[in-house]
Design a protein around this ligand. Structure first.
Ligand code: OOG
Ligand code: MG
Length: 267
C-alpha cells in the first residue's frame, strides 16, 4: 500500500484533530486540504491520535463502530462502516449530565455495547464465536460530535476524526448474550419525553454481533487482536438526533432497561 502523505503531514493533521476535539472547534476536511487523503490515511491519523492520547494518560477501553445501520449510512451519506477508539474519560454516568461546552453540535444515538471476556483472534470469525467471547451486552447512548462544520464529511475525513467519537453512556441492565435475541431488541429514543427514534437491534448489520466480527477482521488486518476486557459500541441503530442544553435523552431497550443523560452547558 502506498501512502500519498508524508509522516509530517499526517502528524500535523492528527495534532489539529486532537486540538479541535479538546476545544470543540471546527476543522476543514483533510480531503479538501490534501490531495490523495484516503481511508488508509484516515486510519494512520487515528493511530497518531491514539498515540497522543496515550501520551497524555488517556486510558483506552475499547472501540466504536460507526455507520453500521442503513439509517446512519443514509443520514450521513456514507456507505461503509468505520471504526474508532474509545477511552475511559469519554464515559458519562447513566442518569448524569453531559456538559456541552467543549462539544460543537452533539448528537445522540442508541447503541448496543458488548463487553468481552475472551480475546477474539482473527481465526474466530462467526457470530457464535463472538457470543461465546462476550461477558455481557448492555444498552448505551453514544454522544457523537463532528469536528467538521455542519457534519459534512467524507469517509477518510470522519475516520481521521475517530469516527466522530465524543462521549458515551452505559446503562440499563447487562444481559448475557444467550439470554436475548440480538436481532429483535426493540429500541425507543425519547427526547424530553417525546419519541424521536425507533429501531430494532437487527438494524445494525442484521445483528450487532456482526459488528464485532467485522471489527476483529479489521484489527487482524492491522496485526492486532480484539482483546478480552474491550468495550465495544456497535453503532447507532437509528438516525442520530441533535441535542440542546436542557434536553433529557432516554433510550429504552426492550428487556434491557433504560439509559438516560441530560445535556447542560457546563458542570
Ligand atoms: C459518524 C460516526 C457514526 C454510528 O454509530 O453510526 C457512528 C457520524 O455519524 O458522525 O458513531
Ligand atoms: Mg455511534
Amino acid at each position: 500500500m502506498t501512502i500519498s502523505l508524508s509522516q509530517e503531514a499526517l502528524s500535523a493533521i492528527a495534532q489539529r484533530v486532537d486540538e479541535a476535539q479538546m476545544n470543540g472547534q471546527s476543522l476543514t476536511l483533510p480531503t479538501a486540504e490534501h490531495e490523495g487523503f484516503d481511508i488508509a490515511c484516515g486510519y494512520l491519523v487515528q493511530d497518531l491520535l491514539r498515540e497522543r492520547w496515550r501520551a497524555r494518560g488517556r486510558r483506552l477501553v475499547g472501540y466504536k463502530a460507526g455507520l453500521t445501520s442503513r439509517a446512519k449510512m443514509a443520514q450521513m451519506k456514507v456507505d461503509t462502516p468505520t471504526f474508532g477508539f474509545i477511552t475511559a474519560d469519554m464515559a458519562v454516568p447513566d442518569g448524569g449530565a453531559c456538559p456541552t461546552k467543549l462539544l460543537s453540535r452533539p448528537r445522540v444515538e442508541p447503541e448496543i455495547a458488548f463487553l468481552l471476556k475472551h480475546d477474539i483472534p482473527a481465526r474466530l470469525r462467526t457470530e457464535a464465536d463472538v457470543l461465546a467471547a462476550t461477558e455481557f451486552i448492555v444498552p448505551a447512548i453514544e454522544i457523537i460530535d463532528s469536528r467538521y462544520a455542519d457534519y459534512k464529511f467524507d469517509l477518510p475525513s470522519v475516520v481521521a476524526d475517530n469516527s466522530s467519537s465524543a462521549r458515551y453512556v452505559i446503562g440499563g441492565r447487562p444481559r448475557r448474550p444467550n439470554e436475548i435475541d440480538l436481532r429483535t431488541i426493540g429500541i425507543v429514543v425519547l427526547q424530553n419525553g417525546e419519541i424521536v427514534g425507533e429501531a430494532a437491534s437487527g438494524a445494525v448489520l442484521g445483528s450487532p454481533a456482526r459488528t464485532i466480527v467485522m471489527l476483529s477482521r479489521w484489527l487482524a488486518e492491522r496485526g492486532e487482536t480484539l482483546a478480552s476486557g474491550s468495550l465495544i459500541l456497535t453503532g447507532g441503530a437509528c438516525e442520530a438526533r441533535l441535542v440542546s442544553n436542557g434536553d433529557t435523552i432516554c433510550a429504552r431497550f426492550q428487556d434491557m432497561g433504560d439509559v438516560t443523560v441530560r445535556f447542560v452547558e457546563e458542570d
